[in-house]
Design a protein around this ligand. Structure first.
Ligand code: FES
Ligand SMILES: [Fe+2]
Length: 350
């Protein structure tokens, strides 16, 4: 009997790891490319005005985008092909961008990278390797209301991502009016089912302050939580009450590297309760409060890269079984460097 059980277990275990290896083999490059080859969130749709160039950067790469006459977006380097002026002060006329220095015209022919608008946000990638932009759940559901907000964090992308699957910090960072509690989470599980995704789920105690805020949701004592990371810049979490399982709040984060240790978080906040004006306002303010608690912690993080690499992860805490895989995903991550990008442009005869 025991032998049979062991055999079955062994059978599934080997099939499972075989499939996983196969999958990994097919996707072994999923995290090998520079960040600019993935879709990068670079702003909210509402930030881009009709007659003004939109300036942004992905790490060290300076870029500019504008709308042509057909409402298509064009992006190029924020550097003029004549004598190197910045273009973000240029004039848009008939869907073309004119340099402020001597008026050189920039058209679709001069484009560098692709721009898309998706889920209220602006996305940019150079020769994108992903067909699809990562989705924050319930994007098209009429039952959900969505608010957008942004915040800059003094931390690099990998450590911002680690934070989003970090079950130990709420107790210390999200204390006071935040949701963090010294009561341990329960039912911690982790998932590494898709090779560019890592996720955790857990149940968390609900403090009275959180119950009071969520006035349209029945929370007796606990919430069910699911947090997911999609390599390289997306994370989202879903909070559901155990007593009211059809009501959810989703907090999506799309990250943009502004500087080596500065990351902009574009937050997509969705919920299918408290969707009236006041409810939405309360949700936004509560989210801001919680994000500012993280911001305060990020300002305390060591900034020296070598020291950080040397010291971090020498010790581990509870609920970190998933961190090993998550860290491996970021083994090849580099802050986007202009020299690497220029090399690629040379190779591509841009
Ligand atoms: S620098 Fe742009 S037109 Fe001369
Ligand atoms: Fe946090």
């Amino acid at each position: 009997m025991i032998k049979n059980i062991l055999l079955i277990f062994f059978y599934f275990y080997t099939i499972d790891s075989y499939l996983l290896k196969l999958y990994m083999h097919d996707n072994k490059n999923f995290n090998m490319l520079p960040l600019y080859r993935y879709w990068n969130c670079v702003g909210f749709q509402k930030d881009i005005k009709n007659n003004k160039p939109y300036k942004f950067n992905v790490g060290e790469i300076p870029l500019v985008a504008w709308k042509d006459n057909n409402n298509n977006y064009i992006s190029t380097l924020n550097a003029c092909k004549h004598m190197g002026s910045r273009l973000d002060d240029g004039l848009i006329c008939n869907g073309n961008l004119y340099c402020p220095y001597h008026g050189l015209k920039h058209t679709y022919e001069d484009k560098c990278g692709d721009i898309k608008i998706y889920d209220g946000k602006i996305w940019w990638a150079y020769k994108p390797i992903q067909n699809k932009i990562p989705t924050i759940p319930f994007m098209n559901s009429k039952k959900y209301s969505t608010s957008y907000l942004k915040i800059d964090m003094e931390e690099d992308i990998p450590f911002c991502i680690y934070n989003s699957l970090d079950l130990n910090h709420p107790e210390f960072v999200h204390n006071g009016l935040g949701f963090g509690s010294s009561i341990a989470p329960e039912n911690y599980k982790y998932y590494i089912d898709n090779i560019n995704k890592t996720a955790i789920s857990f149940d968390y105690i609900t403090k009275n302050s959180i119950k009071a805020i969520n006035y349209h949701m029945k929370i007796e004592n606990k919430t069910i939580n699911y947090n997911e990371v999609i390599y390289p810049i997306t994370s989202w979490s879903k909070v559901t009450s155990i007593n009211d399982i059809n009501k959810n709040i989703i907090i999506g984060v799309s990250m943009q590297p502004l500087e080596e240790n500065l990351t902009r978080w574009y937050i997509t906040l969705r919920h299918n309760y408290m969707t009236d004006f006041i409810g939405k306002k309360i949700m936004v303010e509560a989210t801001k409060y919680i994000l500012n608690q993280d911001k305060k912690q990020f300002s305390k993080q060591i900034k020296n890269k070598n020291l950080k690499k040397f010291i971090s992860w020498r010790k581990a805490l509870k609920y970190e079984n998933h961190m090993k895989t998550l860290k491996e995903h970021f083994n090849n991550y580099q802050y986007p460097k202009i020299n690497d990008f220029i090399n690629d442009l040379y190779i591509d005869k841009w």
